[in-house]
Design a protein around this ligand. Structure first.
Ligand code: MG
Length: 375
């Protein structure tokens, strides 16, 4: 925990607080409590068996949503401490940012969204907020985890104007076109830094990306040259790690320096001045952003759209579609709590319960559920 917070960091004493009032904790700060509630949530444990890029059963060593979220938090905390931001809040947002993700990664999310087209759609980021606000049933006094406003603000990264109007306090900034606090801005970028780097590692391990391809990406290639000059003949596995470590180090250092520069320039004196700054203040330099974006585009083209991944995607799409159709036709196929919630509902009401159920599934749960409806 940081000893001294900058004036532009989120401060508990100035927080917009929780939706349901609660007595303070004796030993923990409020954002620490949020982090702890997230770690103890059911949705957090399920991240262990949810796809990041590679479907869980493809191998034990690939990132899952859980290890991805931990890497995001790791990067976020380092930067938060360096900039005197609120470390516990940053960690809470990072750990919660993917709680609403469906099984099977983006293929699962896109398919569920298509199934929900006539019923208000499905968006994993919105679902993360729904998980902490509504779906986690852990407390007798209120629904959800009753997190602090700033944590919820950070979880809701983006949102359409239509949805913003239905979301109350956390939706306001999208209507007023304001920025979120710095910890939220940071968590968002830490997410991108984490996946850009770990997907290079996983893609290489899977044999879908080669050193020759990666060499042509300047973020990777420049550091590869340095490592090869210093350690000639180093085996490929260590070589990749040495390069990725340097990539993360360079991007994170650049992020800290550029953000410091922007903070000096904008000189916000409070989180509200950060919200009104007109642009994000946590950012990479233009040069680094360009390299980082180029790598992201490269991964889209050569990893996320790789033929081997697309074959898996088609399987997953069919599975999610079948599950959705089966539960819409017969809500009694879902476990009691969901069947009960869907009772007497049709159309959009029933579809939302079905989407909540499917989105909560782990990869392997979805595969088993699909076998049982097909059988
Ligand atoms: Mg993520």
């Amino acid at each position: 925990m940081n000893k001294v917070l900058a004036v532009y960091a989120a401060q508990e004493s100035l927080s917009r607080g929780r939706r349901y009032k609660e007595p303070p904790s004796v030993y923990r700060g409020e954002y620490q409590r949020d982090r702890d509630r997230i770690i103890h949530s059911t949705a957090f444990r399920r991240l262990m068996y949810k796809t990041q890029v590679f479907v869980n059963h493809e191998g034990d060593l690939y990132r899952t949503r859980l290890t991805h979220s931990l890497e995001v938090a790791q990067i976020g905390r380092t930067v938060a401490v360096a900039l005197q931001l609120n470390e516990a809040l940053t960690e809470a947002i990072c750990l919660a940012h993917d709680l609403g993700h469906t099984p099977f990664g983006h293929a699962g999310q896109d398919t569920l969204n298509a199934c929900m087209r006539d019923y208000g759609g499905f968006e994993h980021n919105l679902q993360s907020l729904r998980v902490v606000d509504v779906l986690e049933a852990k407390y007798a006094d209120f629904p959800g985890l009753n997190l602090m406003f700033e944590t919820r603000e950070g979880i809701l990264k983006h949102c359409s104007q239509r949805n913003a109007r239905d979301l109350g306090d956390v939706g306001e900034r999208f209507i007023e076109r304001k920025q979120p606090g710095l910890e939220a801005q940071l968590a968002n970028i830490a997410d991108a830094i984490a996946y850009n780097n770990h997907d290079v590692d996983d893609g290489y391990r899977a044999g879908l990306l080669s050193l020759d391809q990666l060499r042509r990406q300047s973020l990777f290639g420049d550091r590869l040259e340095l490592v090869q000059a210093r350690y000639p003949g180093l085996d490929d596995r260590r070589l990749i790690y040495e390069v990725i470590r340097r990539m993360i180090g360079s991007v994170v250092s650049d992020l800290i320096e550029e953000t410091r520069r922007r903070l000096v320039e904008a000189a916000p004196r409070s989180i509200d001045e950060v919200r009104n700054a007109g642009k994000p203040l946590v950012a990479m330099s233009d040069a680094m952003f360009e390299q980082h974006s180029a790598l992201k585009k490269f991964l889209h083209k050569h990893l996320y759209s790789h033929e081997k991944k697309l074959a898996m995607t088609r399987e997953v799409q069919a599975m999610v579609k079948d599950l959705f159709a089966a539960y819409m036709a017969d809500a009694g196929l879902m476990p009691d709590e969901f069947a009960e919630a869907a009772r007497g509902l049709d159309g959009a009401g029933r579809a939302r319960v079905v989407a909540d159920f499917i989105a909560g599934m782990t990869d392997r749960y979805a595969i088993t559920a699909h076998e049982s409806i097909a059988g």
